[in-house]
Design a protein around this ligand. Sequence first.
Ligand code: PBE
Length: 267
Amino acid sequence: DDDTTVGESVDYKITGIDPGAGIMEAADRAIEDYELDEWTLTTGSGSAMTAALKKAYDKEEPIIVTGWTPHWKFAEFKLKYLEDPKGSFGGEEQIRTIGRIGLEDDLPEAHAILSNFNWTEEDMAEVMIAIQDGEKEEVAAQNWIDANEDKVSEWTDGIDKVNGDKIKLAYVAWDSEIASHNVMKIVLEDMGYKVTLTQVEAGPLWTAVANGSADASLAAWLPITHETYAEKFEGDFEELGINMEGVKIGLVVPRYMDIDSIEDLQK
Ligand code: PBE
């Protein structure tokens, strides 16, 4: 009925993702900043979150999720970010590439390619949406590369090919990172590398780059999302550059919900 509050309508639940994700730390901060004492942030995974979103959306039921851009969910569903006047989720973020200490000496060509790597939200969306539509990850990545040879050659121009050197990239099973790492895997293979993609949680990812058991990752969301990891491992990794500008995290709801701001959760 009309008297139901947003909190009541969703059982005071924000549907989260994997506990190590930076967005979970930001969501906990929001619960504190906005004094949402009765609320809980549930943990799960990126795919469990999108499954819950789809289930609610299909029935036009209310749901609040931890969401980020770029993500295919914005192409699939009509969604909106809740305004965040207290800035718990930070502002515009970047996705940066990080490498282990010593990568430049050991694998200089890969270091150069990874440092050059940058693309746009639209580029990533093409790969993500194709995968979401059922294309195999490596096929979606290959199709994007075939259609974007100019872009790829900007990352590899003037860099010598190698002969089977091994490189290990670590990533988390977030849709955005599945897309980027599958593209880079093929780019590096075309340059002569033997590439291993290792899927881990966010904490182990940062640990692996810092202790050298992974060579690099394209998955560092900064300055806010992974700030705690970047501070914890300061000095034990190298920033190789920004691979995407203007990305964002926050609380996301279907547009049919009659709320606009995180402050509306206080009612
Ligand atoms: N994400 C996607 C990650 C970074 C990339 C927003 C879910 C996180 O929160 O750590």
